[in-house]
Ligand binder design. Structure first.
Ligand code: SAH
Ligand code: SF4
Length: 566
């Protein structure tokens, strides 16, 4: 059993902030760093409203994230599991049972707690078991003056225990949980949550961004991506809070039409690559595309996505242009139209933009040029892909991109660099999901080099969560590939970070032939069933579908009109 002093810092940490950390550091300094400190999270008072006291899971997630990487500090959730009501003495009993009665215990508390201390259950026992580290309290939560006046009174009643109290000096308590919660509930959609995410630095500048949680550099992100279990939950919970404060609970529908599986390219990972002779090639007829568009529009889909294999011939370009114009006509220009038709010239992009498309999805696939070269034949150049993305921005599209997660040869550092790429390039919409092997592709030969399905799923959720923290206002899709990996994959993606879902509205007879990867989810039910399922899925994720709304990414407007604020 350890004889190292153990400091117990009880509190609701509602939410944890720089002030708490400063107090904890001061307490550790008192022992010259030769002590451990546990943050003992108290259970939610059932009589408090959610605005007054955040739910246990939320406070717990933020606390864990805030303490990550702080060697001497750890979060402890025992009080959430011990019988109610919670009494400090009962929790101390549990600590002594585990740590041994000889381990020196220290209770860390603010001086404002002292006046009421003699009303604590079995306070004498507590003082027998622990010494008390008292820190001066100067916060907006409770005026310090009132507490100080009560101290002499207390000293009298506790005189027999005077030596049990140690006053910590030089502690600043610069923050107030009340103020942070008020900010989080305020109208400003972006800044409040930045303060409400765990603030681990006492300096306001560093505290003002979610970087406080995930670090500033891609090297930190590479670490976060590998978090699993409780740490991953904390990361995802923080992302969820940022999502709720920025893009909110709203979920937008994009009806996905897999227009054609004819492709001129030969990407090594893709089942419909030109070199796969086993594919029955199709192109949906114009009449069928327009019927699907009209159905979707009537059903309240705010936008549709036209996706296909890559073709650059004149006939293809003109047909797409005609389809765009017809779709705009049938919806009186109200439908949002996204294209995902691969690399094209600036001229083609402009032409389609003028015909009515406002968004374009073109994945970078990986931001590592060396890895890109391993995934494609030599004539599919990374530089061309970048140029195409630049052309899309120049043609004034809302630009979407993404990567595949769990590719052979891909490292956490590559994935972290992908996130930096989205940020630095100014991508407005992100669709990323796991790489899933396809047995008729060249990359299948490297299937032993990739993470397990479960690992790819975890990694993908962490990617989504991190991106939501790094780019709070982008639109993010819960991809079909997520659903193919896990029955609740899309639901979890929506819960944590995504705000867009793309139900497949391709006419049923073509669906089985757009086979990019194995086990691709092929919804073969009627439209009606599909709609009910999507609604249930979004609801289970705590979201709310916005019918008849395009749901343009906030990020696009911010990109066009950057704010003056630092
Ligand atoms: N031809 C267009 C659009 C269709 S492919 C294009 O390439 O942009 C759309 C996306 O499917 C690709 O960007 C790729 O990221 C994804 N995809 C292809 N094969 C995949 C696989 N085996 N696993 C996961 N995603 C895959
Ligand atoms: Fe064609 Fe797109 Fe598949 Fe590449 S990923 S082979 S461009 S459909």
């Amino acid at each position: 059993m350890s004889s190292r002093p153990l400091i117990l810092y009880f509190g609701s940490f509602n939410p944890v902030h720089a002030g708490h950390i400063a107090v904890a550091e001061a307490a550790l300094r008192h022992f010259g760093g030769e002590a451990d400190l546990w943050f003992m999270l108290s259970a939610r008072n059932p009589f408090k409203t959610e605005a007054e006291m955040w739910p246990d899971e939320r406070r717990w997630a933020l606390l864990q994230a805030a303490l990550d990487g702080r060697a001497a500090m750890r979060a402890c959730d025992w009080e959430l599991h011990l019988p109610r009501p919670s009494y400090t003495v009962r929790t101390l009993e549990a600590v002594r049972a585990r740590e041994g009665a000889d381990r020196p215990l220290f209770l860390l508390m603010g001086e404002d707690n002292l006046p009421r201390f003699t009303q604590w259950r079995a306070y004498e026992t507590i003082l027998d078991w622990c010494r008390v580290l008292v820190y001066p309290r100067a916060s907006a939560d409770e005026p310090a003056e009132a507490a100080r006046e009560a101290v002499p009174q207390l000293q009298a009643s506790l005189s027999a225990y005077a030596d049990r109290f140690i006053l910590l000096r030089g502690v600043l308590y610069p923050q107030s949980s009340t103020a942070i919660r008020a900010q989080a509930a305020a109208a400003d959609p972006v800044t409040p949550i930045m303060s409400a995410t765990p603030i681990m630095s006492a300096t306001p500048a560093a505290a003002a961004t979610p970087a406080a949680l995930i670090g500033h550099a891609p090297a930190d992100w590479a670490q976060c991506l590998q978090w699993r279990g409780e740490k991953a939950q904390a990361l995802r919970e923080a992302a969820r809070q940022v999502k709720l404060q920025t893009v909110g609970r709203e979920v937008y529908l994009r009806g996905l039409i897999e227009y054609s599986n004819i492709c001129r390219k030969n990407c090594y990972y893709c089942g419909i690559r030109a070199g796969n002779p086993a594919v029955a090639r199709y192109t949906v007829t114009e009449a069928e595309v327009l019927a699907a568009v009209e159905n979707a529009y009537r059903a309240g889909f705010g936008s549709i996505v036209l996706q296909s294999g890559e073709r650059q011939d004149r006939d293809f370009i003109e047909t797409v242009e005609r389809l765009l114009k017809a779709a705009m006509r049938l919806s009186d220009g109200r439908l949002g139209i996204t294209l995902s038709l691969g690399e094209q010239t600036l001229e083609t992009y402009k032409r389609w933009r003028e015909a009515g498309a406002t968004r374009y999805l073109l994945r970078i696939e990986t931001s590592n040029p060396t890895l890109y070269a391993q995934l494609h034949p030599a004539d599919h150049r990374f530089a061309d892909r970048l140029k195409a993305l630049e052309a899309l921005q120049a043609a004034d599209y809302q630009v979407g991109s993404g990567v595949m997660i769990g590719l052979p040869g891909q490292t956490p550092e590559d994935l972290a660099a992908d996130l930096a790429f989205f940020r630095d390039f100014g991508i407005d919409m992100v669709g990323m999901g796991p790489y899933i092997e396809h047995h008729e592709t060249p990359l299948y030969a490297r299937r032993h080099e990739i993470p397990t399905l479960a690992e790819r799923y975890e990694l993908s959720l962490n990617m989504l969560a991190l991106l939501r923290l790094i780019m709070p206002t982008v639109n993010m899709a819960a991809t079909t590939a997520m659903a193919s990996l896990h029955p609740r994959g899309r639901e979890e993606a929506l819960r944590v970070a995504a705000n867009v879902i793309m139900p497949n509205i391709t006419p049923a007879r073509y669906r089985g032939d757009y086979f990019l990867y194995e086990n691709k989810l092929c919804i073969c039910e009627s439209e009606r069933d599909a709609k009910d399922r999507i609604e249930a899925l979004v609801q289970a994720a705590g979201g709310e579908i916005r019918y008849f709304e395009k749901g343009d990414p906030q990020h696009y407007f911010e990109r066009l009109a950057p704010s003056d604020e630092p």
